[in-house]
Design a protein around this ligand. Structure first.
Ligand SMILES: C[S@@+](CC[C@H](N)C(=O)[O-])C[C@H]1O[C@@H](n2cnc3c(N)ncnc32)[C@H](O)[C@@H]1O
Length: 263
């Protein structure tokens, strides 16, 4: 199917999910007739794209823990692509009735595999058919390091000992490409790959940085959570927001993990 005839392309103006999904698709062996489980499906990136590609002889089950996201995806779907289903399910403990699939995909998923990421991947691989492929993406260790260094510098200067300890714990808990590769090796998968592609996230100073829809939706909140006093956190972050030349360009690492279950 050519790009011109696609009815369900990846959204062009999404500057986060779409670039991650593009890197996922770069490594996914995608063909008509496949049965795919798409985890952490959100409102359907890349589930709609996958469903169009596998066609009516295939099947896509897209799961998300959030009822709101599932409802939103179903509203977008309407009566289109009837071989695509959105269901509410926790990807860390899939229902035992879940069958096996030819492919398991998860765009921006691995960071939500807490508390035991290996266990979550292990559980998913049980639902991968022999000869099937799993492809997962996530922002890996190294993402926005220039910003974290700037935050750490201020914490040191201001002697914020408790806050810095929480911040360091948060930084060390982030999943890395190397850890991801190790999980797939322990699960005895074939043709294992852990690839990283840089992605620049643009921002301006001040409010544009502090309320950047991507940064404030997760990454910056993790810094705020290191503070007990939220008005102090606001002042701390407002100072940093004036100093963006010190930590831009802001670079995320798009990590793609891929492996095949032995036949
Ligand atoms: C960053 S969004 C990615 C959504 C979509 N794949 C995309 O690329 O836009 C992560 C999604 O994972 C879902 N999620 C988080 N924890 C989950 C879990 N344990 N099981 C299933 N979905 C989960 C969230 O509800 C959210 O919709």
């Amino acid at each position: 199917m050519t790009a011109q005839t696609l009815r369900w392309p990846l959204p062009k103006h999404d500057y986060w999910s779409t670039p991650f999904a593009e890197s996922l698709l770069q490594h996914l062996d995608l063909r008509p007739g496949l049965r795919i489980l798409d985890i952490a499906s959100g409102h359907g990136i890349p589930a709609f794209y996958l469903a169009e590609q596998v066609g009516p002889t295939g099947e896509v089950l897209a799961i998300d823990i959030s009822g709101g996201q599932v409802a939103r995806a179903r509203a977008i779907q309407g009566s289109h692509l009837p071989w695509l289903r959105f269901e509410c399910m926790d990807m860390r403990s899939p229902s035992p009735d879940l069958p096996t699939f030819d492919r398991i995909t998860g765009n921006l998923s691995v960071m939500f595999f807490r508390p035991d990421r290996f266990n979550a991947v292990h559980g998913l691989v049980q639902h991968l058919a022999p000869g099937g492929q799993i492809v997962l993406t996530f922002p890996s260790y190294g993402t926005f390091d220039s910003l974290w260094e700037r935050v750490d510098e201020s914490m040191v200067q201001q002697e914020l000992i408790k806050e810095r300890k929480r911040f360091q714990d948060y930084l060390h808990e982030r999943p890395s490409a190397k850890a991801g590769r190790t999980w797939l090796e322990k699960l005895n998968l074939d043709q294992i790959g852990a690839f990283e592609y840089p992605l620049e996230v643009k921002t301006g100073p001040g409010q544009e940085f502090l309320y950047h829809p991507l940064l404030r939706g997760g990454f910056l909140d993790d810094v705020y959570e290191c503070f007990e006093d939220q008005s102090f956190a606001n002042r701390f972050m407002t100072d940093i927001a004036q100093d963006i030349t010190r930590f831009t360009p802001l670079i995320a690492q798009r990590c793609v993990l891929s492996g095949w279950r032995k036949s």
